[in-house]
Write a protein that binds this ligand. Structure first.
Ligand SMILES: NC(=O)C1=CN([C@@H]2O[C@H](COP(=O)(O)OP(=O)(O)OC[C@H]3O[C@@H](n4cnc5c(N)ncnc54)[C@H](O)[C@@H]3O)[C@@H](O)[C@H]2O)[C@H](O)CC1
Ligand SMILES: [K+]
Length: 479
């Protein structure tokens, strides 16, 4: 089962893997034509009722595959209003092929005559809200037709995210849906088949640029809507927490705080005026800081534990005491990871170990990415956390869903890149589910590293990544 949001991610991921949308439309149209052939014999009359989006485009393609039938293509609206380039190209192809195509500019004038089969290709996963005109009246006409109705992808008027309808919807006898079943179709009184349109499994398995669609920026947003991140770390090291916090800002968080021992607070602040530093009494994090941390954390959307914290027992005890009392979202990295296997917490945890750290947590690893993915998935389920295990192929799993990330390069073994990753993941965890936050964190951090190396060659340092994060996340040129 796949929602329309998820479908849009997978569709763009397929494109990133070299399978363009036009090719997918060709397969969708072919699958729709196959369904027509299963319902009606050659020579039968087929009325295709098409909208102006890609759902309609599928039917333009189907018409080309139905040369043995008496086909009429009805476009609802003017051809200039066809909303996508690939649908328009397929519309134009119909004219050249001299296939009977008509435009219906007045919804009351749609005349299907008495076809042997009607194909509903008005709206698919792009529908929002109740059917408007001319689609609403056309749906009535289709429902009144005395012949079988085949819906392309989803019956028009059914919301492909929820399976619900807000007003009138096409009553289909048969649905040919693409790639995977859509919500609600099973509850319909219709025969539903899933057409394989050639989207490779890799489009779901690997994190690709389509995943970035999960990050939409609403223009009405306020400060704080994209998250407040608190990085807890520093003591033996000062650069690490500053890197993580700046990475969180560069990847969209609105505010980044660093809670660190007071002895290093000035130094941490010195790295950037964009950071808000919260000094903690003492030279190393210890249990006496926990109440203060809990108070600060209660105002945050995500807490990142670990960067530059060190492995002093008293600091790890403090992390444990914090997590025992915390019920929010935390990213756990570096030495703080040791605490995770034994802690009793209600917090939602995203852990970012490299393979050595995974083993010290009690997990196992393997050289083959698919074997590793299986091991990581079961370990994530056992710990009840989301794991992002770093490697040439990063493995991300919440124990049920498992993804692989291939961005990044050998130049990124340099110190500090893990702190950047923890910060990016923290920013993502403010606005996304843990599995998506970790997947996009891994993708973005690696992509930033690839951009730096493409521009300058090897020799990157962690601060270079900060400058490339925006491009990795938002630049159109990233392909
Ligand atoms: N990877 C894939 O799944 C593929 C899917 N294909 C097909 O494409 C459609 C989705 O296409 P899209 O262009 O995104 O949207 P639609 O065609 O469903 O509709 C967009 C169109 O409709 C207008 N609109 C939206 N809501 C309403 C409404 N309530 N009333 C009237 N009009 C409405 C909107 O303004 C747009 O103009 C998918 O279902 C598949 O059939 C491709 O084949 C490629 C592969
Ligand atoms: K449809």
């Amino acid at each position: 089962m796949i929602s329309s949001t998820e479908m849009a991610v997978v569709d763009e991921n397929a494109e990133a893997l070299g399978v363009p949308r036009k090719q997918l439309m060709e397969s969708s149209g072919n699958a729709a034509a196959r369904a027509v052939r299963e319902i009606a014999d050659p020579g039968a009359s087929v009325a295709l009722v098409c909208g102006r989006g890609n759902n309609g485009g599928d039917a333009f393609v189907a018409a080309r595959f139905l040369s043995a039938y008496d086909v009429t293509v009805h476009l609802l609206g003017r051809p200039e209003t066809i909303s996508t380039e690939i649908a328009r190209e397929n519309w134009v192809a119909l004219e050249r092929a001299e296939i009977d195509r008509r435009t219906v500019e007045d919804s009351t004038a749609i005349d299907l005559a008495t076809p042997d089969i009607v194909v509903d290709a008005m709206l698919g996963t792009g529908v929002t809200g109740a059917l408007r005109e001319p689609e609403a009246t056309a749906a009535e006409t289709i429902n009144a037709a005395d012949c079988p109705v085949l819906a392309v992808d989803v019956p028009s008027g059914i919301d492909a995210d929820t399976g619900e309808r807000e007003g009138i919807a096409v009553e289909a006898d048969r649905v040919v849906t693409f790639h995977d079943e859509k919500p609600g179709l099973r509850d319909l009184d219709a025969d539903v088949t899933v057409g394989d349109i050639g989207i490779p499994d890799a489009a779901e398995r690997f994190v690709e640029r389509g995943d970035l669609r999960r990050l939409s920026r609403d223009s009405n947003a306020h400060k704080g809507d994209f998250g407040r991140v608190l990085v807890v770390g520093g003591g033996p090291y000062t650069g690490a927490p500053a890197l993580a916090a700046q990475a969180a800002l560069r990847s969209g968080a609105d505010l980044a705080y660093v809670a660190c021992p007071e002895t290093v607070a000035r130094e941490v602040q010195g790295y950037s005026e964009n950071l808000i530093v919260e000094p903690l009494a003492g030279e190393r994090l210890d249990s006496s800081n926990v109440q203060q941390l809990l108070a600060v954390a209660s105002r945050m959307d995500c807490v990142v534990f670990g960067p530059g914290l060190g492995d002093a027992t008293k600091s790890l005890d403090a992390v444990e005491a914090f997590l025992e009392a915390f019920a929010g979202t935390a990213v756990v990295d570096a030495d703080a990871l040791q605490v995770v296997p034994n802690v009793e917490t209600e917090a939602t945890l995203v852990c970012t170990p490299h393979q050595g750290e995974l083993e010290s947590m009690g997990g196992t690893t393997a050289a083959d990415p698919d074997d590793r993915a299986e091991l990581v998935e079961s370990f994530a389920a056992e710990l009840d956390v989301t794991l992002l295990v770093k490697g040439a192929y990063d493995v991300i799993s919440d124990g049920t869903r498992t993804r692989l990330n291939r961005t990044g390069n050998p130049g990124m073994t340099v110190g500090g890149t893990g702190d950047v990753l923890a910060g990016v993941t923290g920013a993502m965890a403010c606005v996304l589910d843990p599995i998506h936050a970790a997947a996009i964190g891994a993708y973005t951090n690696g992509r930033a590293g690839d951009i730096v190396v493409e521009d300058n060659g090897y020799g990157l340092v962690a601060t270079d990544l900060l400058g490339a994060l925006s491009a990795a996340l938002w630049s159109e040129s990233v392909a």
